[in-house]
Design a binder for this molecule. Sequence first.
Ligand code: PMT
Length: 221
Amino acid sequence: VTEPDLGERHVVVTAGGTREPLDPVRFLGNRSSGKQGYALARTAAARGARVTLIAANTTLPDPAGVDVVRVGTAVQLREAVLKAAADADAVIMAAAVADFRPAVYASGKIKKKDGQDPEPIVLVRNPDILAEISADRARPGQVVVGFAAETDDVLVNGRAKLVRKGCDLLVVNEVGERKTFGAEENEAVVLGADGSETPVPYGPKEALAETVWDLVAPRLS
Ligand code: PMT
């Protein structure tokens, strides 16, 4: 039986991957399916929370009893997170957010021109939403959790990222072409700003989600 240990709490979860448009038919994107974020939303609702799920380009069915807000780009995700976080007890950033977007959006489809080299794509930085909400908490005691998708030196890079982003917990998962992104399973280490390290063995994304909430619940003020 699931304990309603998140009852009366408002939690915000982001899921999926942002898409940064180049022209009306093309975008820069990533392989996130949203499954990990949806598992976090479902498990939080089962534990009694009021859940706002901010979903970037996902095709999964809406979880029952969860408020779903749909977004496309990193800038739209930021707007939605800032709005929902205003009265949230916890914010979990499981979405894969593009660090850069094309500097220019072409309003017509970019065409190839005979005998000419393609134009380079110039990128500009996107806002770092996790760093921003960690530095400027909408509420005292709000718990902020980030995810880190790493391909090598995962723990060293994860520790550095936790400090850089300023969040309370960072879920470090190793990614590869067929690993984690889009998969049903995940494996991670949850790093705490207090120096704690909680390994979560390979298993369903729900199991990792439950461990995240087990770590968030006692940190809620
Ligand atoms: O969706 P699935 O297919 O289930 O896959 C799950 C997942 C691999 C996407 C998920 O477990 C995961 O690791 N999500 C974070 C992926 C990511 O973008 O990692 P990052 O190391 O680039 O970013 C670190 C953190 O900063 C993340 O919490 C991210 O949401 C946040 N971020 C990143 C860039 C940016 N401009 N703003 C941010 O807030």
